[in-house]
Design a protein around this ligand. Structure first.
Ligand SMILES: [Zn+2]
Length: 421
C-alpha cells in the first residue's frame, strides 16, 4: 500500500496550474483566439524593473505548439518489456519513460547491494518480478508483482523514483521474511523510499518527499511506544514506522534491518511472523529495552522529522515541473523554493505530457509569493524572454500566456510558486 499521493491530496491545494485554469483578470479574454500579432503587455511593472531586458516578440504564439513527447513514449497497444529479472506490462495508451526498464534494473541492483537481501529467494527464483504500469491505480505490491500508474513515471523529475523504491521494498521484504505488522511493512518501505531517492538524486532537491512531519501521535508514543508499534494502522503506521526505522538505522546500522527480516523468514517461513513474534525478534537482536530506548532517542531527535515542504535549488538549478495527473487529480505540487543566484522552473516536459491528453496549453498560470525581492523572467518555447514580473514582499498573479519557463533571480529569500486559486 502506498499513501503519499493521498497525503498530498489532503495537504496541498489541488488546483490546476496549467492553462485550463484561467486567471481572474483574464476571464473576459479568450487568449487562444487572439490574433498572434498582438504583443504581450508586461504587467505588474514595478519601478525597479530592469526594463531594458524586456523582449516583446513580434509574432508571439499565444498557444504553445504541440511538443513531441521527449523522453516519454506512449504505448499504442498493450506492451510487454522483458528483461532477465523482470517483466514490465504496460497498458494501452500509457505515457511512460523510455528509460523505465533501465531504471528498474538499477533500482533492484542497488537495493540488493545495500540490504544484502535478494529479490530471488527460494520459491521465487527464477520467476520474474512482474511490474504493471496502468493508467489509474494507487500503487501497491504483492510478493510477485508491483503495480504503479502512469503518473508515477516521472521518475527523474524529480523523485517519483520513490514510488518504485517504496513498492520494491515491499516485494524485497515479503520475499525474505513476512509479518503482519503494518508499522514494520510501511515503515520499511517509507524509510527506504527516502534513503534510495537520496542516493540517486544528488542532491535530493525535493525535501518534501519525507512528509514526515504530519504526525500527531507523539503523546501516545511517549506513553507506550511498544503498544503503538503493535496497534498503529493506516497513516500513523507509515509515519511511526519511519521513526522506528530511522532509529534502528542510526543506532544499529542498516544491516540490522535485513537481519530482522531474515530471521522472520527463517523462523516463520510459512505463515510469517505475527506482531508479537516480530517484537521478540527485534528485542533479541537489539535490546530487551528496545522500545524505551527508542523513546529516549525520539525525545532527543524528534526535530529531524519536522521537514518543511521546500524545493532546494541552491545547487541544482533547474527543476522540471511535472503535473500530478490522473483521472481524479490534476495539479502541480506547489513548493516553497530556496535558491542562490538564480533558478529555473521548466514546464516543458509537463506540457508535453498534458498535451498528450489533449489539453491545449496556453502558458504558465499561477501565483508567486515572497517576503523578499525577486525578478521572474518568463520564456516562451523558443527561449525568448516575454515578460518580467518583479516581486517585492507581496503575492502576485503570474499568469503568462505563451510561457514554458520561469527564471528567478533575487535576494535569495524564499519564494513560493503555486497554482492560482
Ligand atoms: Zn506501502
Amino acid at each position: 500500500m502506498y499513501e503519499i499521493k493521498k497525503m498530498l491530496a489532503f495537504l496541498i491545494i489541488l488546483i490546476l496550474l496549467f492553462s485550463i485554469a484561467s486567471c481572474s483578470h483574464q476571464n473576459e479574454e479568450a487568449p487562444s483566439s487572439m490574433p498572434s500579432e498582438l504583443p504581450y503587455e508586461p504587467e505588474e511593472v514595478s519601478d525597479d524593473l530592469p526594463v531594458e531586458k524586456i523582449v516583446l516578440t513580434d509574432n508571439a504564439d499565444i498557444t504553445i505548439p504541440v511538443f513531441d513527447l521527449g523522453k516519454f513514449t506512449v504505448s499504442d497497444e498493450a506492451e510487454v518489456i522483458e528483461r532477465e529479472r523482470f517483466i514490465i506490462y504496460i497498458e494501452e495508451d500509457v505515457v511512460y519513460l523510455k528509460e523505465l526498464p533501465d531504471f528498474i534494473e538499477m533500482a533492484m541492483n542497488l537495493m540488493e547491494e545495500e540490504t544484502g537481501l535478494s529479490f530471488y529467494t527460494e520459491g521465487y527464483a527464477p520467476e520474474k518480478l512482474k511490474i504493471n504500469v496502468v493508467k489509474n491505480s494507487n500503487p501497491f505490491a504483492t510478493k510477485s508483482e508491483i503495480t504503479v500508474e502512469q503518473m508515477d513515471m516521472h521518475i527523474y523529475d524529480r523523485g517519483y523514483a520513490f514510488v518504485f523504491f517504496h513498492e520494491l521494498s515491499h516485494v524485497l521484504q515479503m520475499r525474505n521474511g513476512e509479518t503482519d505488522s503494518m508499522v514494520f511493512m510501511e515503515g520499511y518501505a517509507k524509510f527506504n523510499e527516502t534513503k534510495y531517492t537520496d542516493m540517486i538524486l544528488k542532491p535530493n532537491i525535493v525535501r518534501s518527499f519525507r512528509l514526515h512531519s504530519y504526525f500527531n501521535r507523539d503523546d501516545s508514543v511517549f506513553r507506550d511506544p511498544e503498544q503503538c508499534f503493535r496497534s498503529f494502522k493506516g497513516h500513523e503506521a507509515y509515519l511511526y514506522g519511519v521513526r522506528i526505522f530511522t532509529y534502528i538505522d542510526e543506532k544499529y546500522g542498516y544491516g540490522k534491518i535485513s537481519e530482522i527480516i531474515k530471521i522472520m523468514g527463517e523462523r516463520y517461513k510459512e505463515e510469517g511472523a505475527s506482531t508479537d513474534q516480530l517484537v521478540q525478534i527485534i528485542k533479541s537482536v537489539t535490546s530487551e529495552e528496545f522500545f524505551s530506548e527508542f523513546r529516549s532517542w525520539y525525545r532527543e531527535n524528534k526535530d529531524i522529522f519536522d521537514g518543511s515542504d521546500v524545493l532546494d535549488l541552491t545547487e541544482y538549478k533547474t527543476f522540471n515541473y511535472i503535473p500530478l495527473y490522473d483521472m481524479s487529480q490534476k495539479t502541480y505540487a506547489p513548493h516553497v523554493i530556496e535558491y542562490s543566484d538564480y533558478c529555473i522552473l521548466d514546464f516543458t516536459d509537463g506540457f508535453r505530457y498534458l498535451q498528450h491528453f489533449d489539453y491545449e496549453i496556453k502558458g504558465i498560470y499561477g501565483i508567486a509569493e515572497s517576503t523578499g525581492k525577486h525578478a521572474l523572467e518568463f520564456y516562451n518555447y523558443r527561449d525568448e524572454l516575454i515578460k518580467i514580473i518583479n516581486l517585492d514582499n507581496e503575492m502576485l498573479d503570474i499568469c503568462t500566456d505563451g510561457a514554458v519557463k520561469i527564471k528567478i533571480t533575487g535576494d535569495g529569500s524564499e519564494i513560493y510558486i503555486g497554482p492560482d486559486r
